[in-house]
Design a protein around this ligand. Structure first.
Ligand code: C2E
Ligand code: CA
Ligand code: CA
Length: 597
């Protein structure tokens, strides 16, 4: 079944693709400003009669306020919300025409209807655009005639100008949209896909919403083209586009990247959910074989990273015999197998990044960060392989390995002041879900002799947010046993400020995105300062993450943070390099030697 498309290859039943809420808000705001200014001119003009001035002045001011609202908040409105300002504009024009003192003022006001036509034709699907134009023309014409401003023929002349404006704008807009469309299938093309991906990544960065991407590749497409001809090939591509378009949830973006390659974006979906979906949809066209690679976006990763990982999964799917879908890093993937091998062989290293106290710059602790260099692909980013470990159940092995290595390496390391350095270890929510987790930690502590009071378990906020009672219970138990818990990446999820005093935590690590926010917004800076003060009042230590420059250090110091971590104080390095730094030592501190002696 084909969608009805107009001669620009764009479905008539959808809004033009270039009409994003941001564009719509800008256009709407501009028109509202123009209409408000026009109203003021009308009132101030020497010709304007006395009666009608007051209402027109009042409405002009209202219209200017609407412009401000639209420009400020419009970019965040959902598409359908724009029906209100456009419909109201028609009604407003009709009212102004109604109260206009003379025909010239009335016709000038009526001409503002062309703004409505342009908005409607740019923002909405064709039927809805026509509905808006019909409504505007009816009420304005009625007002013109009822007040006896002009004869019917003049009103009709104005109406045809308005309709022509709308129609031409629609044509131009659709032509502009077609630059990001694939003419054969009507799907987005690579350019449209890239635009959509950038926009979704920005949203994911802001809201923490999940996002998955998939690459689809037709199996043996060249063979179809060669044996049955290009028309048969085109039919297959259109069939794929139709089936997928029908089955995908709203918000999904499907595009054709040229040839027989399609790409898919699934906002709000985890990797495993996306994998399920593509498997289900692909089963709808058993006659056409399809290989598919899925990847879930990780925080801080670029668009290129995400697509590279989807491509890796696609490669796996093809290598495993085509006609299948694979999740990047999922069980059975090449990366998961290699990680398991590396863990078994002890090839995953632990590096340490210093945490300093801000008053004097002394190293008081370290964070253990896992490092893995793949024999062929080189260093793998930890966010990549930690995700693989989580998806495959290797995360317990990984966590154990890092914990044991770090505790035994750091057991004898002291700060300049002679205390044990605190050791931060990242713990995945999945690990905490294992009821045996606390026992495993105690075993490692007993085995290595590292003091429980100096071990800090770093967990992210969503773990503490109580998605899993097992995990939260484990944290309470571990704290009762003397360990510390730190909330990692604080501020990237939905920070539960109101429950700060209830969180089973001792340390708050402010995510490094905060530093950027502080310098860009005075209000956020103020808020953050209060947050830090509140934490200190509650007895929580605050560590600022990602401090790179002296300026940033000054910023976090001014906010009241007492601890900091970041490249300014050192990257994550192997233990010998860390010890070569000035302010830590591997020898027993004098006072402890005295105690023993
Ligand atoms: P994280 O816990 O937030 O770790 C801090 C990350 O920020 C590290 O990235 C670190 O290298 C980076 N970083 C530190 N200072 C700066 C700075 O000044 N500027 C910038 N731009 N970045 C800085 P890394 O090592 O790539 O680790 C990424 C994430 O991987 C960690 O984020 C953590 O969530 C996870 N991870 C690492 N090791 C482990 C582990 O052993 N187990 C678990 N479960 N997760 C781990
Ligand atoms: Ca961490
Ligand atoms: Ca962090």
């Amino acid at each position: 079944m084909h969608h009805r498309t107009d001669h620009w290859g764009v479905s008539w039943s959808t809004a033009p693709a270039v009409a994003t809420p941001r564009m719509m808000a800008r256009i709407l705001g501009t028109f509202y400003v123009a209409a408000g200014v026009a109203g003021l001119f009308g009132v101030l003009g020497p010709g304007a009669g006395a009666q009608g001035r007051g209402p027109i002045l009042g409405m002009s001011v209202v219209v200017l306020l609407c412009a401000a609202v639209s420009l400020r908040w419009g970019p965040r409105w959902p598409r359908h919300a724009f029906h209100w300002p456009v419909g109201s504009a028609s009604a407003l024009v009709a009212v102004v025409v109604w109260v206009s003192p003379d025909p010239a003022t009335a016709m000038t006001a009526a001409a503002v209807l062309s703004f409505v036509a342009v908005d409607a034709c740019f923002f909405f699907s064709l039927p809805l655009a026509w509905l808006h134009m019909a409504f505007g023309i009816s009420v304005v014409t009625a007002a013109l005639l009822a007040q006896g401003h002009v004869p019917l023929s003049i009103a009709l002349a104005l109406d045809s100008v308005v309709v022509a404006m709308g129609t031409v704008v629609r044509g131009l807009v659709l032509r502009a949209s077609s630059a990001s469309r694939d003419p054969l299938t009507g799907l987005a093309n690579r350019r449209g896909f890239d635009d959509a991906l950038q926009e979704l990544l920005a949203t994911a960065g802001r809201t923490g919403e999940r996002l998955s991407a998939a690459l689809l590749d037709l199996d043996h497409f060249k063979q179809i083209n060669d044996t049955a001809g290009h028309e048969a090939g085109d039919l297959v591509l259109c069939r794929i586009a139709d089936v997928w378009r029908r089955e995908l949830p709203t918000g999904a973006v499907l595009s054709r990247h040229g040839g027989d390659e399609f790409a898919l974006l699934l906002p709000g979906m985890s990797g495993p959910a996306a994998l399920d979906l593509v498997r289900r949809v692909a089963a709808r066209h058993p006659e056409i074989g399809l290989s598919c690679g899925v990847a879930e976006h990780h925080r801080d990763q670029s668009a290129a990273d995400l697509m590279r990982r989807a491509d890796r999964a696609l490669y796996d799917a093809k290598a495993a015999g085509r006609g299948r879908a694979e999740l990047e890093g999922g069980p059975g993937s090449e990366l998961a197998r290699d990680l398991a091998t590396a863990l078994a062989a002890g090839d995953v290293q632990v590096h340490y990044q210093p945490i300093v106290s801000l008053p004097d710059g002394a190293t008081v602790g370290v964070e253990a960060l896992a490092r893995w260099t793949h024999p062929e692909h080189g260093p793998v980013p930890p966010t990549d392989f930690v995700a693989v470990a989580e998806q495959t159940g290797l995360v317990n092995t990984l966590g154990n390995h890092v914990l044991r290595t770090a505790c035994s390496q750091l057991a004898g390391v002291r700060t300049a002041a002679g205390d044990h350095v605190t050791l931060g270890v990242n713990v995945s929510g999945r690990e905490l879900n294992d009821p045996d987790y606390p026992q495993r930690v105690y075993a490692v502590l007993a085995e290595t002799g590292f003091p429980a009071a100096h071990l800090v378990l770093e967990v992210t906020e969503n773990v503490i947010e109580g998605e899993s009672p097992t995990a939260v219970a484990a944290l309470h138990e571990l704290r009762a046993a003397g360990l510390k818990v730190s909330i990692d990446d604080f501020g990237t999820g939905y920070s539960s400020l109101s429950r700060l005093d209830m969180l089973p935590a001792d340390v708050l690590k402010l995510d490094r995105s905060f530093i950027a926010t502080v310098s860009s917004s005075a209000r956020r800076a103020q808020m953050l300062q209060s947050l830090v003060a509140m934490c200190r009042a509650l007895g929580l230590d605050v560590v600022a993450e990602g401090v790179e420059t002296a300026g940033q250090e000054a910023t976090v110091r001014a906010m009241g943070c007492t601890f900091a971590q970041g490249w300014r104080y050192g990257q994550a390095v192997p233990l010998p390099e860390l010890l070569a730094g000035l302010r830590v030592g591997a020898h027993a501190a004098p006072q402890e030697a005295a105690h023993r002696g």
